[in-house]
Design a protein around this ligand. Structure first.
Ligand SMILES: O=C(O)C(=O)C[C@]1(C(=O)O)C=C[C@@H](O)C=C1
Length: 319
């Protein structure tokens, strides 16, 4: 039994950590038929105790998803996808799939390998905290977040709209992108900052206990994401290694230039001036310069290409 209304489709979430669990909460608040699977009984017990519908039985969860024609959201750590996808193929082969993993090309390749017939629209909500697990979940995690949905020339428009409705229901705005542009973008604005946060934390802690006892806003903000569980950071960073290597090389070049400039001329002018201008450009967009994508009907000829073109200029899709 399925709902013909894409905004009412049931949602089956595999993995109830910070992102999957928060999505289960957000969908339930919204009155969606939402249910989840997690392999840990402790997590499932906690979800049930909070009034949610959850199970440790993957087969039963997927059979139910198949019966309801639910959208299946892959929200396990990226390293667990290989274990979960064969069960999806076996018990819910025709269901629409999406995911919340922070890399898109490698996930799309994995799905093409393990589930070649999958109906799949990749997703990435740009939301999180340095906490992890069910205990950290909140229904408001996605409020105001940018939720990237892969929008390729061959993306099925009806499936895209069904997944977009989930992101909008969760309180987010949809940013269409091709998987490769997405991966380059998040390497620069999410994965690289995790590496630099770790480096800053190591240098600060290595300096002295005095340094740590004096640490204030800049150290706190600049190292916050180093507090994320190392296994989660590694899974995310290592899955986007090509794009991350490029961003890392550019950073090392800029820092090397700043070091040489400081050593030889006693100034860090170039990096600080460029950095300040770049930060202002970000603030301009982050504080409201985003405009709605206009004049595109999802499914009309060339819609995906036009969506991607507009989204490159700080535009979002709001339905
Ligand atoms: O705010 C945080 O703590 C995050 O790390 C969130 C953050 C990021 O901004 O880098 C991290 C990973 C997600 O894939 C998306 C967003």
């Amino acid at each position: 039994m399925s709902s013909d209304d894409p905004t009412r489709t049931a949602v089956c979430i595999l993995g109830l950590g910070l992102i999957g669990g928060s999505l289960l909460r957000a969908m339930s608040v919204n009155g969606r038929n939402a249910f989840g699977y997690n392999r840990s009984a402790t997590t499932v017990d906690a979800a049930i105790a909070s009034g949610h519908d959850a199970s440790t039985d993957l087969e039963a969860t997927l059979r139910r998803a198949a019966e309801l024609d639910a959208v299946i959201v892959l929200a396990t750590p990226v390293t667990a996808l290989r274990a979960v996808l064969p069960a999806v193929v076996e018990y819910a082969p025709n269901n629409l799939l999406t995911d919340v993993v922070s890399v898109k090309e490698s996930v799309a390749r994995l799905i093409a390998e393990l589930h070649p017939e999958a109906r799949y629209v990749g997703g990435h909500p740009m939301a999180g905290t340095s906490e992890s697990g069910w205990e950290a979940t909140v229904s408001t995690l996605f409020d105001g977040a940018m939720w990237m949905l892969t929008t390729e020339d061959d993306t099925n428009a009806a499936d895209w709209l069904t997944v977009a409705a989930i992101a909008l229901d969760a309180g987010s705005q949809v940013v269409p992108a091709a998987a490769d542009s997405h991966d380059r973008a998040v390497a620069a604005i999410s994965h690289l900052p995790h590496l630099t946060a770790n480096a800053t934390a190591v240098v600060g802690a290595g300096e002295s206990e005095l340094a740590l006892s004096l640490a204030a806003g800049s150290f706190r903000d600049g190292t916050r994401v180093a507090g994320t569980a190392p296994a989660l950071q590694r899974a995310m960073l290592e899955a986007n290694s090509t794009a991350l290597l490029n961003a890392l090389s550019e950073t090392i070049d800029r820092l090397t230039q700043a070091r040489d400039e400081l050593r030889e001329r006693g100034t860090v002018e170039v990096l600080v001036d460029d950095g300040h201008r770049a930060r202002q450009a970000y603030e301009h967009i982050a504080t409201g310069a985003r405009q709605p994508i206009s004049g595109v009907t999802v499914g009309a000829p060339g819609w995906a290409q036009e969506m991607r073109r507009q989204a490159h200029r700080a535009k979002v899709w709001r339905g």
